[in-house]
Ligand binder design. Sequence first.
Ligand SMILES: NC(=O)c1ccc[n+]([C@@H]2O[C@H](COP(=O)([O-])OP(=O)(O)OC[C@H]3O[C@@H](n4cnc5c(N)ncnc54)[C@H](OP(=O)(O)O)[C@@H]3O)[C@@H](O)[C@H]2O)c1
Length: 289
Amino acid sequence: MRSSAWHLRRLLVTGGTGYLGQELIRQASECGFTVAATYYSHLPPKRMTASWFPLDIRNAPAVKATFAAFRPDVVIHTAFCQNPPGLWPVTVLGTSNVAQAARSVNAHLIQISSDVIFDGENKVPYLESAAPCPITAYGEAKAEAERIVRAVHPEVAIVRTSLIYGFEPPDRHTQFALQIADGQSNARLFHDEYRCPIFVKDLAAALLEVVQSSYKGLLNIAGNECLSRYEFGQLLAKVYGRDPTAIKGGWSHESPEPRPRNCALDIQLAQQLLQTPLRGVREVLAERL
Ligand SMILES: NC(=O)c1ccc[n+]([C@@H]2O[C@H](COP(=O)([O-])OP(=O)(O)OC[C@H]3O[C@@H](n4cnc5c(N)ncnc54)[C@H](OP(=O)(O)O)[C@@H]3O)[C@@H](O)[C@H]2O)c1
């Protein structure tokens, strides 16, 4: 992506203790950003160089005070909560607080959204122009968060992404697959649930490119390989030395809850704009092996 904003040097990461947040801090520090990050229930890892702020994003005055204290040029908002009771207060109202605070200090805002804002019934990968049509409570909350940030902070960049995975430490999708492979869980991974998983290092690098460009609007950033959760689980099991056939497959209609089936994202725009390769799972795992 052509850089038009190398002056954006003060970066605030909400959810700095999270999986994506930690990788963002690592890479942003290496790139020379002055980095601040927030934490909520987990203490910041000692090895990470950032100015740390304890923050509950549900607390609007506290969010405003934190932003006023650090005065970021740009904010990457990763903090969220996937399940009730925190789902709506954190993921929706907390995001509104973050967007308002970012606007109050004239900071560019990057909101991390999700492929599950879609119902998964498209026959082709979802473009940036696709309208949200969530079928899960989490998808509804992320879609509402998108709507709010656009209303509050019209210059926001909203990045829709897919399953985030990585190695050190393994992400929660990998941990889940390994639990199944090790017989610690009877869960099944669905053959008909398609995603475009993205390696956390690729996602963080791509997001820092978005930061440098001051991109505004929607952007899909996901891996370039669409595969089922079952295939993904098998590949992860294999790379960790487990028997891939120990992963049990199932079908999404067996789930008691509705599940979006095919949330493949069209990443052509990101591939045109960004230099970071958005590698597929097999490519990343082959390099690790
Ligand atoms: N992981 C995926 O596969 C995936 C897929 C698509 C989209 N996304 C999106 O990517 C983003 C990052 O995901 P992730 O997996 O990296 O997240 P994560 O590891 O679950 O981390 C969540 C972060 O949110 C913080 N947080 C929770 N409640 C908070 C509150 N009330 N106030 C302030 N901070 C709070 C947590 O802080 P503490 O740990 O300190 O409590 C943590 O830093 C999210 O917006 C998510 O919707 C993720």
